[in-house]
Design a protein around this ligand. Structure first.
Ligand code: KG4
Ligand code: ZN
Length: 326
């Protein structure tokens, strides 16, 4: 089975080709330089950039894979959640290509695809727990098998990556803020400032990061932009403590052997080390996608599409109807 994946839910345009158990190509065009000017993603600019790039990326993915378009058997495209205009670009491109190549198109959930980025791992087993930590979401899933996801917890306000980005903006750092904070935190003292660890009610698997973000804001208002590496390290440690505590609650409630991590924030070495260390101490196997498959990409979309097809799921209803003319 040769599958084409398309991703355009936020600010990365991606096209990938997956065959057997291998990604033959996985190309990504990031829009970081466009949005950096504004300190965050501007939806209208994002969809325009997807429009102008997607065709070139499809050509490039095809060339790199060495495949003939006629050998493609299905297309998977992210259709939820995400920025509406951005999603539409990918969905329409997939529909057009599916029609031209006469192959089915599958509509996919972006968060599930983040977890599916782990499906090439040899130690994969089910049932598993999954945690997506990205710019827009911080969600727990019980994953009973490759395509069976049950949402068991999520963010009630800011997502984890969003909190990194907003704190970075308060510190006058570049967008996206996560990698900038991680870099500075390496030179800082994580125990210098005691920021809050918002945990919500006992046993809750939901997340709330807005209080932590506000605590950093008040700290800056009171002390100014001093000791930035210490602020970054202390903030990052508070986030890690919250994530580890929530993961502890989840694994105690759902006894599984495997834990899937996914999403852009998982690229943070300190956070993923803390999470993996905790999971291993409980005898679980943590799976973390390779860095290229953590951030938004179409490889994860193609991998999940192949799993859906393997399980016999139907494609999306035909989104383009051609009315015959008389
Ligand atoms: O998964 P992703 O590419 O997009 C969404 O689905 O949202 O995640 C992007 C998020 C951004 O908020 C970015 O700041 C964060 O991932 N991120 C990081 C790191 N690298 C990316 N956060 C913390 N540390 C990092 N090294
Ligand atoms: Zn994402």
């Amino acid at each position: 089975m040769t599958v084409l994946g398309i991703e355009s839910s936020c600010d990365e345009t991606g096209v990938a080709i997956f065959r057997g158990q291998r990604l033959l190509s996985n190309v990504i065009a990031t829009q970081e330089s466009i949005h950096r000017l504004y300190g965050g993603i501007v939806p209208e600019l994002a969809s325009r950039a997807h429009c102008s790039r997607i065709d070139r990326l499809w050509q490039l993915a095809l060339k790199r894979s060495g495949c003939d378009p006629g050998s493609l058997e299905a297309i998977g495209v992210t259709t939820t959640p995400g920025l509406k205009g951005s999603l539409l670009v990918g969905a329409c491109f997939a529909a057009g290509l599916g029609y031209a190549l006469r192959i089915p198109v599958y509509h996919l959930n972006h968060l599930q695809a983040h977890l599916a980025a782990n499906y090439l791992h040899s130690r994969l087993s089910f049932p598993a727990l999954g945690l997506v930590i990205s710019g827009g979401h911080t969600n727990f899933f019980l994953v009973r098998e490759k395509v069976n996801f049950q949402l068991i917890g999520g963010t009630v306000d800011d997502a984890c990556g969003e909190t990194f980005d907003k704190v970075a903006r308060m510190l006058n750092l570049n967008f996206p803020g996560g990698p900038e904070i991680e870099k500075l935190a390496r030179q800082g003292n994580p125990d210098r400032f005691r920021f809050p660890r918002p945990l919500l009610s006992p046993g809750s698997l939901n997340f709330s990061f807005s209080g932590l973000k506000t605590a950093v804001l008040y700290h800056i208002r009171q002390h100014g932009l001093k000791d930035i590496p210490d602020i970054c390290a202390s903030f990052q440690k508070a986030v890690a403590d919250v994530l580890v505590e929530k993961v502890r609650r989840a694994v105690e409630r759902y006894p599984v052997k495997t834990f899937l991590l996914g999403g852009g924030v998982v690229r943070n070495r300190y956070l993923s080390r803390r999470l993996c260390h905790f999971l291993k101490s409980r005898g679980l196997t943590p799976l973390v996608p390779p860095p290229r498959l953590c951030l938004d990409n179409a490889g994860m979309v193609a991998i999940l599409t192949a799993a859906l097809i393997e399980k016999g799921y139907p494609p999306a209803p035909k989104s383009i109807r051609v009315v015959p003319t008389r």
